[in-house]
Design a binder for this molecule. Structure first.
Ligand SMILES: Cc1cc2nc3c(=O)[nH]c(=O)nc-3n(C[C@H](O)[C@H](O)[C@H](O)COP(=O)(O)OP(=O)(O)OC[C@H]3O[C@@H](n4cnc5c(N)ncnc54)[C@H](O)[C@@H]3O)c2cc1C
Length: 505
């Protein structure tokens, strides 16, 4: 017999969900008891989690403001097992959510009362084709593991999110993830050739293929970046990229954020395309230096970490152009990493910056709006004012070359009233970004977190077309519902209120 469950009746032990999140999530309709019984038939006990204590590890992703327990978590090992789980969900009318490593920063893997299909056991690199520079991988392969596995062939997997030691390639595909080096190399969509996918009706299909351009519609590009709302990826054919012959990394030190921002535009105006241009502000530098000891200056307002790569003969010219540009923008000092060890340490500092910020406060909340690069100075100044107005600390460490901000709001969730101020600061930042003609997200996705802002960016007609596309893949809205595109009539004014749901509900 079917049950109609209201959100209040779902197992939301101790959960917090913003009003906007609650408004986005459709009520779960379906026979939860029957699905739990199906799971017993479909998977051995060690690969299905239903006890509340086990589910807590899956109550949120890297965006920890919104939390709620799933109905159950499953750990399939094959595409056929994923298909059986999806078919069971379809039969019982229960939504399902694919999950990689749970490092997402927009609540995309949150599965309120739904079934989690976790890919952590689908973590094999299936085939490496060195001659054609391609590899078939399962979705649970950790991003950095692939690069490590193919390094012996002089190859690497170019998209390099700062979370690459944890996040999965399946998650990268869903979010169309970027990273510091995507300024030159492009984001995930530029490196995916084919996808095996379990569609929401349980069928297994192959999109794309090993040829660079397959006939017909480019459904791989449609699928990449769909944030887990079109189906579950079970196998990925990725492009591998040769490791560049040479690389030089510069640390440009600035006494003013405005000069550092000018440095970014100066570099890119000089006709060089660095592999990466990252900005790290003083709050972050201090936290990172205390942890990594990479030689970051503690008194700088900001630094730019700039990397050029390519043929050895060309490197000096590229590096000189970068140094000239930084000097012209007013850099106080510029250092080139002397060797690989120094270079890797600088990158370790950048890539572990979010973790290092744990020294400043136990919790963080980050956005990733994209703005025109020329607006960086005024936007960073405005973010400083937003921090003051909301009495929170905001650090900035981001992909400056792409204009992809990462304001990191630092807080201690135990402080009464602080969560409201953190959400208010996030709201102000997103409105600021939209005011510059920018985009809501460069790489972290819309997920649950930013869904209500979609109405500020797109007309109702645009959103209706997006819903139509989604319904081609998922007509019954069982695949990660309540994410990315707001349902008509479910909009509430984006704001900062949140509701704490009592234990036991
Ligand atoms: C410290 C830190 C630094 C980060 N730096 C970056 C960065 O530089 N660049 C960047 O782009 N992101 C960054 N992120 C965000 C995050 O790591 C990426 O979004 C990443 O791609 C998520 O991968 P995941 O395996 O953790 O996915 P999850 O968080 O588990 O899931 C993310 C989304 O993907 C969907 N999904 C997962 N697997 C599948 C699948 N097999 N099929 C269909 N859908 C699926 C989920 O449903 C969800 O909607 C960072 C996060 C952290 C915590």
């Amino acid at each position: 017999m079917k049950q109609r469950a209201s959100l209040a009746a779902l197992p939301l032990s101790g959960s917090t969900l913003s009003e906007t999140a609650l408004a986005s999530l459709p009520p779960v309709v379906g026979d939860r008891a029957a699905l739990l019984a199906d799971l017993e038939r479909l998977l051995p006990p060690e690969r299905r989690l239903t006890a509340t204590d086990d589910l807590f590890a899956y109550e949120c992703d890297g965006q920890t403001l919104d939390r709620a327990l799933p109905l159950a978590v499953t750990l399939p090992e094959t595409a056929d097992e994923v298909a059986s789980l999806v078919r069971a969900c379809a039969a019982r009318d229960i939504p399902f959510v694919a999950r990689g490593a749970g490092t997402g920063l927009s609540g995309g893997a949150l599965a309120v009362g739904s079934l989690v299909i976790a890919t952590s056991r689908m973590n094999a690199i299936l085939e490496v084709d060195v001659a054609n520079r391609q590899a078939w991988v399962q979705p649970g392969v950790v991003n950095a593991h692939l690069t490590r596995a193919v390094a012996q062939h002089g190859l690497h997997y170019a998209p390099d999110p700062s979370s690459q030691n944890a996040c999965t390639i399946g998650g990268n595909v869903a979010e169309n993830s970027g990273g510091p080096h995507t300024l030159k190399y492009g984001v995930t969509t530029n490196h995916v050739l084919a996808l095996e996918v379990v569609l929401p009706d349980g069928s297994i299909v192959m999109l794309g293929g090993p040829a660079a351009d397959t006939p017909g519609y480019d459904l791989v590009s449609v699928f990449v970046g769909s944030e887990g709302t079109f189906g579950v990826v079970t196998k990925i054919l990725v492009r591998l990229t040769p490791v560049p012959e040479g690389v030089k990394t510069a640390l440009a030190i600035f006494d003013s954020i405005t000069d550092a921002c000018r440095g970014v535009t100066e570099i890119l105006a000089r006709g060089v395309l660095p592999a990466a241009v990252e900005m790290i502000d003083q709050i972050t530098l201090r936290a990172v230096e205390a942890y990594i000891h990479a030689g970051f200056p503690l008194d700088a307002a900001a630094v730019l970490l700039v990397e050029v790569d390519g043929l050895r003969d060309d490197l000096d010219q590229q590096a000189n152009a970068v140094l000239d540009a930084c000097r012209a923008a007013g850099a106080r000092d510029i250092r080139l990493a002397r060797d690989d060890a120094e270079r890797l340490k600088l990158w370790k500092g950048r890539k572990q910056a979010f973790g290092a910020l744990g020294r400043v406060a136990p919790n963080y909340y980050t956005h990733d709006g994209v703005i025109p690069r020329t607006k960086l100075p005024e936007v960073l100044a405005a973010i400083g004012r937003i921090a003051k107005d909301n009495r929170v600390t905001i650090a900035n460490v981001f992909h400056a070359g792409d204009g992809n901000l990462h304001p990191v709001v630092l807080y201690d969730e135990r402080e009464p009233g602080v969560v409201e101020r953190v959400r208010a600061a996030g709201d102000a930042i997103l409105k600021l970004v939209l005011g510059t003609g920018g985009a809501l997200s460069g790489e972290h996705g819309i997920g649950l977190e930013k869904i209500q802002y979609m109405t500020a960016l797109f007309s109702e007609d645009d959103l209706a077309e997006m819903r139509r596309l989604r319904s081609v893949f998922d007509p019954r809205l069982l695949c990660n519902p309540g994410k990315v595109i707001p349902a008509p009539g479910r909009c509430v004014e984006p704001g900062h209120s949140h509701r704490k749901l009592p234990l036991g509900h």
